[in-house]
Structures are given as C-alpha cells and as structure tokens.
Write a protein that binds this ligand. Structure first.
Ligand code: HEM
Length: 186
C-alpha cells in the first residue's frame, strides 16, 4: 500500500513540477517581452514567474524523494545526485538530474542576484533554455505514463505554452530591434 503511495507521489509530484516549470518559463518569457494588457499588469508576470518557480522546486523535491524511496525502482540517493549513476533507465534519469541542477542554480542565483551582479545572473538564467527541454525529455523517456493519451495531452499543452511564449518573446525582440535601428537612423 505504502509502495503504491510512493509511486503515485513520484508521478503526481513530477507532473505538477513539470507544469509549474512550464508556467515559470512562460511567465519569464513574457516578463522579458514586457507583455501587459488592461487588467494584466506587467508586475503580475514577474511575481508569477518568481512564485511558480519556487513552487516547482518544492514539487520537484517531493518527486525526487518519493522516487528515491520507492522500493520498486531501487534508485538510491546516488542516482538522484550523480548523472548516469542510476542502474534503472540511466539516461532518462540523468536528464532529470541535470535539469534539477540547472533549476537549483537558477533559483540560487536569483535569490543572490543583488550580490552576484546582473551579468553573472543573466549568464546562468540563459541555461533555462536548456533546463526546460531536458526536463521535458526526461518526462518523455522516464515516465511510465508518457504515452498515455491524457499525458500526451499534458505534454502537448506544455509544448504549446512554451512555444507560444518563446515566439512572443522573439517577435517582440525583433520589433524592439527595428524600432531601435529606426531611432538611430534619424
Ligand atoms: C526538473 C526536474 C524534473 C522534472 C520536471 C521531472 C518530472 C517528471 C515527470 C513529469 C515524470 C513522468 C511521470 C509519469 O509519467 O507518470 C517523471 C518521471 C520520473 N522521474 Fe522525474 N523529473 C525531474 C527530475 C528528476 C530527478 C532528479 C530524478 C531522480 C531521482 C527523477 C526521477 C524520476 C523517475 C524515477 C521517474 C519515473 C517514475 C515512474 O514512472 O515510475 N526525476 N519525472
């Protein structure tokens, strides 16, 4: 019975963590794009980005803890801390471990941003373009539900949200560069 609880906890917390991570990346992208509308202030994007990232970390900790304690998987703590150390699906688990380290670095440098300076913080923040795809690849390859119809829906929604926000950010960047070039030409 408790084995089943751990298994459900690992899967449930993993899925919630991925959804929160997806929302965090999307809010981060629209924050940089300076999106705002009536009833949707710019500060809302930033606050959501911050809070959802922290929530994602809490669910990730639950996910990893439950996966490590699951007697069926027998992962062991080493597998959760050292990439490729897992004897169960080594590459899929390693994708999750690397993504977890990137997330921890992103959160830590954001909390210490004032002491680190903008340049170092920005450099680490760029790794989020790698962190989310790694977490997504981990979901597709490690999860026992990855190909279930409802999970395919969740995965498609996550891709649509991140792709939509990324497109918005790059279109906005292009528009800003054109306006800047026009202003310089005057
Ligand atoms: C940002 C990092 C991570 C995210 C977002 C994430 C998310 C997920 C998701 C969504 C699943 C699929 C659950 C399912 O199909 O029902 C999963 C599976 C799994 N994850 Fe992670 N994970 C992350 C990191 C890790 C780490 C560091 C470990 C190391 C212990 C890990 C171990 C596992 C295992 C063992 C499974 C398979 C569980 C099963 O289906 O029985 N994950 N993960």
């Amino acid at each position: 019975m408790s084995d089943q609880i751990l298994w459900f906890a690992a899967r449930g917390a993993g899925i919630v963590s991925l959804l929160m991570l997806t929302a965090s990346v999307a809010f981060g992208l629209v924050t940089v794009a300076r999106f705002q509308a009536a009833g949707w202030p710019r500060l809302f994007n930033y606050e959501m980005h911050r809070r959802v990232s922290l929530l994602s970390t809490a669910f990730l900790a639950t996910h990893v803890l439950a996966a490590v304690m699951d007697p069926y998987l027998r992962l062991g703590l080493g597998a959760a801390l050292v990439p490729f150390a897992s004897s169960w699906k080594p590459v899929p688990v390693a994708l999750g471990v690397i993504s977890m380290y990137l997330l921890v670095a992103l959160i830590a440098t954001s909390l210490l941003r004032r002491h680190l300076g903008q340049r170092a913080w920005r450099l680490v923040h760029w790794t989020s373009y790698l962190m989310w795809p790694l977490a997504f690849a981990h979901t597709l390859t490690a999860g026992s539900d990855a190909m279930a119809p409802w999970m395919l829906g969740v995965e498609a929604a996550a891709i649509a949200v991140v792709a939509g926000a990324a497109t918005w950010r790059w279109v906005d960047r292009g528009a800003t560069m054109v306006l800047g070039a026009r202003a310089l030409a005057r």
